[in-house]
Unconditional design. Structure first.
Length: 255
């Protein structure tokens, strides 16, 4: 199942295949390279948690009543239950399985089976850096020294699309949009698509070796007509990329 967030419900057969390829061990938590957009900011409301997968890292992204976004490894330290299934109360996340509760810093704050126990400070969720910028939610390894995403002006999230493609790059996306490139790096680009009057910020989220998400924002003040046009443009881009991936990848990337 996919949504406007970078969510993946992985097929059990695919999981078993990856286990066999790695000696029976399911390898997750590949170190993230820099900042990656995993969804639109509006996709995670206050007091809610969502699942995201980026570079095979399974994450729980949630927002407390303080409005702050947090991203953790999607695994309760107790029994491994996905924290994205959990319940957000104020600025704490409670695991759905046995009710272990974690504060906003990832520390275990309560264990219902032992109400008189102060949880050891060593019980913590594994954290990722997380922020909201340009209408999107961005995550990075907690150890990253890469500068935060910084795009001039105010941007509003427009659309997210799932793409069932292998080895997709942002250069493929830019080429598929067939427009004028304003700026471009490894995972993001600002481009004015052919036939469009407004610039679009596109961000690629590589989920695993077979699937990606594409997120897009437009500048503040864009009309409903512009939003609709950009959305239709992205849907057509997905169709072109999935229909003719070799043609998109094989041509020139000059603009």
């Amino acid at each position: 199942m996919f949504s406007s967030f970078g969510y993946l419900s992985e097929n059990p057969l695919a999981i078993n295949k990856r286990k066999k390829a790695n000696g029976g061990i399911l390898i997750m938590n590949i170190p993230l390279s820099g900042w990656t957009a995993v969804g639109l900011g509006r996709a995670v409301l206050e007091k809610s948690a969502r699942r995201a997968v980026v570079q095979s890292n399974d994450l729980a992204v949630w927002r407390g009543t303080d409005g702050k976004l947090r991203a953790w490894e999607n695994r309760c330290p107790h029994r491994g239950m996905r924290l994205s299934y959990g319940i957000v109360r104020e600025n704490r996340l409670t695991c759905l399985y046995h009710g272990w509760t974690y504060d906003g810093e990832g520390r275990c704050a309560a264990i219902p089976a032992h109400p008189g126990l102060e949880p050891p400070r060593t019980i913590t969720a594994n954290k990722y850096k997380c922020l909201e910028h340009a209408g999107m939610i961005w995550v990075a390894s907690d150890e990253t020294d890469t500068a935060n995403p910084d795009f001039d002006g105010v941007w509003n999230g427009c659309r997210s699309l799932h793409l069932n493609l292998v080895d997709l790059t942002v250069q493929d996306v830019v080429k598929g949009l067939d427009g004028n490139v304003v700026s471009e790096n490894d995972l993001t680009a600002i481009v004015k698509p052919s036939g469009q009057s407004e610039e679009v910020l596109v961000a690629l989220q590589v989920m695993d070796e077979n699937q990606s998400m594409l997120h897009a924002s437009v500048r503040e003040g864009a009309s409903e007509g512009v939003l609709q046009a950009v959305s239709e443009c992205l849907i057509e881009l997905r169709a072109r990329l999935e229909r003719e991936p070799a043609a998109i990848k094989g041509g020139s990337n000059e603009h």
